[in-house]
Design a protein around this ligand. Sequence first.
Ligand SMILES: [Zn+2]
Length: 333
Amino acid sequence: MSPRGDSAGDERLAVYYTVDTEVWWARGSHDGRSGFADEFRRWFHGATPRGDYGVPFQMRLLSEHGLKGVFFVEPLFAAVVGSDPLEEMVECILEAGHDVQLHAHVEWLRHIDHPVAVPGTGPHIRSFGLADQKRLLGEATRLLTEAGAPHPTAFRAGNFGADDTTLAALAQLDIGVDSSLDRCYLDDDCRISGGAAIRQPRTIGETLEVPVSAFVDYPGHLRPVHLNACGFGEVRHALQEADRLNHPTFVMVSHSFELLNVRQDRPDRVVLGRFEKLCRFLADHEDRFRTADFREPVPGTESSSPDVDEIVGQWRHTTARVAGQAWSRVAYR
Ligand SMILES: [Zn+2]
């Protein structure tokens, strides 16, 4: 049996289109110009004077193409601003039929009156010991489920800032999957031990690690498959290679605000174009690719699964991305 077959015998490559869904706001940081409601509209709804390109828009496009997404929702902000916006996020995603899972940015601790853990010095949950990580993840889970989400089965740390202790804390909270391993951030933000060798789902302790996909874009350099970091040609090639090399999973990363140029308050036409092309490509090739989520078992987790080869990109796709980015800086000023 191939390593990728799921419990129903589906041998197509399982593509996880994951969207880290988060809002940002610091009380008093906007000189009174912008309250939380405006920031919520920006970071979640993707509101710009030229239309909305946030989570509802992204879900609509996914659904129109018969695709599903995994939305890693950050709930700690609700301890600062109240639960209504979090409830709106959860309801919106569940109603559209997509998957709500857990994300956490410990940066919010600084703004909470009585946090469950003393704020650390950095933006990573791995800065905390096991007891505090468990308390933090437990609190984030409580906020998310009280806002209407089912108990999460998967987690991604803010800034990919997880370590082995995070995985142990997740196991104690009955959250079986972690997707914080991004090999391009190892030894910096991400400190999951042995991570450099993990290219496919692997059990670490009692937690299943499902790593973010990456490819070699030039010798000795890995590029993560983030929507804002790769051209469509690079993503398409990586998908085709993952399929050819029999990878069991392909994990992409995006954000609730990914299709926006936040600083210029407008949609980012380059990233928007990539997303539209990706949706069309996956829909047109549903015989080879299926979008998956963490409500179902992750394929390729049998211990006997052989390791998989690294995906190697093609120069022409990388060159095309660099040229396209340079052009967009001129054309879309
Ligand atoms: Zn995040």
